[in-house]
Design a protein around this ligand. Sequence first.
Ligand code: KIV
Length: 388
Amino acid sequence: MNDKIVILDTTLRDGEQSAGVNFTLSDKLEIARALEAMRIDVIEAGFPAASAAEFANVKAVAKEVRGAAICALSRAVAEDVDAAGEALKGAASPRIHIFLNASDMQLEHQLRKKRDDVKALAEAMIRRARTHVADVEFSAMDATRADPDFLAEIVRAAIAAGARTINLPDTVGYILPHQLHAMMVDLRARVPELDAVCMSFHGQDDLGLSTANTLEAIRAGARQVELTVNGIGERAGNTALEEVVVALALHGPSLGVRVDVDTTKISALSQLVADRSGMPVAPNKALVGRNAFRHASGIHQNGVIKKRETFEWIDPKMVGNTRGTEIVLGKLSGRAGFLARVRALGIEVTASKEEETFARFQALADRQRVVEDAEVRAICLHGASASS
Ligand code: KIV
C-alpha cells in the first residue's frame, strides 16, 4: 500500500500573508468548506493571536468545518499558544502549529536569542500546547539555512516535548531540490526519532522551485506537505496545491505515495481563491491558468486534433476544467486547426475553395492576436478578407 501524503492547506494563513490580501470571515468559511469538500487533510485557518478578528475567524472555521483537522498558527509565546488553544476549542480535530526560528541568521539578527534558549523555549511551548490539544506541529523556521547540528538538536527536543509533526520550512525559498534531499536524509540519520512522527515540508517559491522541492521532500521521506491554492503567499508565494496534488495523483505510484484529494474540484477552488484574494491567476499557470489546456501553434493543434494526448497528457476533466481542450486560432495556426474549426461550426468549404479561404484566414490572423468564431464564419460564408 502506498504511503498517504497528508495535505496541509495554508491558503487561509500563509496565503493570506500575500501583500494586499485580507480574507473576511465569510471568505474563510467558504474557502475552508471548499477545501473540506475536496478532502484536504489539514486546514490551517489562521493565526489567532494576530488580532481579535483573526481569533474569531479561526474559531468559526474550527466550529463549522468538521471534515478536516483545523490548525492554528502560534509563535513560541505563551499568550499565542493559549489563544490558539482557545480558538480551537470545539474543533473536531484541532492542531496547534508552533514555529520558532532555527537558523543562526534569524536567531542572531531577528530573534536575538541564543540557541540553548531557543531550544528550551520550543520545548516549553510545545508542552504548553499539548495541554490544549494532542496534535501539535513544530516548525523549525528557516530550517534550510540552519546549522545541521542545531537543527538536529531542536528537532530532537521538539519530538521529546510532544510534537507529532516536524515541519522543515524553506522559509526564504533558498534551497535546491538535491540539497533539500541531502539535508533531510542527513537529519533523519541524526534524529532516528523522526521515524516515529510525521516529517513535513513547507516551501516558498522565491526561486520558482517550491513544487520541485516539495516532491523531492517526499522522496526524502516527508509525509506531510504544506501548500496554498494558486500558490499565493508571502513574497513570491508558497507551493501551489494544485501542482503538487495533481503531480502526486499522476506520479504517486512511482514514488510509493498517494493523496486522497478530489482533484476535480481544483478549478472551481482556484477561481474562488482568485476572486476572494483579489489575485488573478496568470494565464500560463499550470493546471488552472486560462491557457493550461489551450493550443495555439499549428503543429500542436494538428496533433491534438488527431489525438489529444499527443500534446496534452493531462485530461482537463481531472481538474474539473469545464472548457476542456481548446484550439485557439491565430497566426501560428495551421490548416488542420482552421479546417477543424470550420467543420465544428457546421460550415462546408468545398475543396476548390479551401486554398482561398485559408489564405483569407491567414491574412486576418497575421494582424490580430486571436481569430474568433464569428470571424471564421465571415471568412467562409461572406468571403470577408484581410481588410474586414
Ligand atoms: O515560511 C515559513 O517558515 C512559515 C512557517 C511558519 C511554517 O510559514
